[in-house]
Design a protein around this ligand. Structure first.
Ligand code: ZN
Length: 410
């Protein structure tokens, strides 16, 4: 994205500050921050990867004295060591301001009642939604995840107007509210949905079943948490708060910085972070920068919806498979619902892609023909024929956190 002279100066200051941490002192040994005089110099700096942060466990990223740290968070690592991120009071305040800006962008005001279902604790999600709500002056209802009966009762009794949730949990709640025919008794108007990538079909179902406007919130624990960007009422990508962050899109294979508009991996450099500054951090989220200003008038650049993670991409018989692509293909086919799972296995020395999807069609009511259609669409679009299997709605597992959709069993 655009790098002005002012941004370059702020980047240099952030590099100088980062080098107070044991991790960056070693990583940038022999590269003084003053040596970064141009965009070209900056783009030669090494990336920071999630594995680097794991290796820095527990506090190798800490760039301030202990007594200035007011809080720790940890990213939900699926394997191995967690990543610990220390925050100063300024970091917490900056995060709250960014989150408040997200709510304001979604048209949420002090009059709203925010039903917050993401988890609280070491994970950044719930507490970030809470901080922003309090700074805005809205009523935060800190539910946390789980206990769907209680969620729905509180939503009704307290008149929650905004649902904050992962896409998976929003879908689970929407399906349950629809099943119990309770929508008319709820006051929900908006949903702020984050923490995982989701497709248009899933969005459409949640919006229709809850009768709400949906906003995609973006973020990751390593860089504050959720709230560093959000979609606006134009529903054209997500604005990123680039007064706090410098963003690049790179080719995940070569590390080369891509021109505006090309799809790749989002890389973030923090400009204001004190506790654990990050320089060229690879988010692993795949997206692209959207060109031009947004019709909403916000001066912040936008990225497209996240299409997947660079480490979720799997290669099957030469075709690249990732959740965003599967979503796009299934979206082309009528009678295919939003939920699916892909199992890749090795059988008789050949890779086999099994694709389970949900459909509202009853068993025997054209499901076999639908499976053939799905197989043909995949063959035509990516040159790979899956073994498609239609299931009824609710037959695939639902999740209160994030749904895993691609399982590589090879
Ligand atoms: Zn906008």
């Amino acid at each position: 994205m655009e790098m002005t002279g002012i941004t370059l100066g702020r980047i240099r200051a952030s590099i100088a500050h980062a080098m107070k941490s044991p991790f960056y002192r070693e990583r940038f040994a022999g590269i003084p921050a003053e040596a970064v005089q141009s965009r070209g110099d900056f783009e030669k700096l090494p990336f920071t990867a999630k594995e680097d942060l794991r290796d820095a466990y527990p506090l190798g990223l800490l760039a301030v004295d202990d007594e200035r740290v007011v809080r720790l968070h940890s990213s939900s690592g699926t394997t191995g060591m967690p990543v610990i991120i220390p925050y100063t009071q300024k970091d917490v305040n900056d995060w709250s301001r960014m989150f408040r800006r997200c709510y304001e962008t979604a048209g949420i005001t002090a009059k709203d009642r925010l039903h917050i279902t993401p988890g609280y604790g070491l994970w950044t999600a719930g507490i970030g939604f809470q901080l922003g709500a309090e700074l805005l002056g809205a009523m935060a209802i800190p539910m946390g995840p789980g206990n769907t009966d209680k969620q729905i009762k509180m939503m009704e009794d307290l008149g929650s107007t905004v649902l904050c949730a992962t896409a998976s949990y929003a879908l689970l709640l929407a399906e349950e509210i629809e099943r119990r025919r309770l929508r008319g008794r709820l006051c929900l108007k908006k949903g702020v949905i984050g923490s995982e990538r989701w497709g248009e079909k899933m969005r459409g179902r949640i919006a229709a079943e809850l009768g709400v406007e949906l906003y995609d919130i973006y973020g990751l624990t390593e860089v504050y948490g959720p709230g560093i960007g959000i979609s606006c009422s134009c529903r054209a990508g997500m604005h990123l708060w680039t007064d706090y962050l410098y963003c690049e899109i790179i080719d995940p294979r070569t590390g080369e910085v891509l021109p505006p508009g090309e799809g790749g991996e989002l890389v973030i450099t923090t400009l204001e972070k004190e506790g654990a500054p990050l320089i060229r951090y690879r988010t692993r989220d795949l997206t692209r920068e959207l060109p031009g200003p947004c019709a909403c008038g916000l001066p912040y650049p936008r990225i497209d919806a996240i299409t997947g993670r660079s480490d979720d991409m799997v290669k099957v018989k030469g075709a690249m498979i990732y959740p965003g692509r599967v979503d796009e293909l299934l979206a082309l086919i009528p009678d295919v619902s939003s939920e699916y799972q892909v199992y890749i296995e090795r059988r008789d020395n050949r890779d086999v892609l099994n694709l389970f999807f949900e459909t509202p069609l009853a068993a025997g009511e054209g499901r076999a023909a639908l499976e053939k259609t799905v197989e043909a669409v995949f063959k035509a679009e990516i040159g790979l024929t899956p073994r498609a299997k239609a299931l009824g709605i609710m037959e695939l597992p639902r999740s209160e956190k994030k749904s895993i959709r691609i399982f590589d069993k090879r």
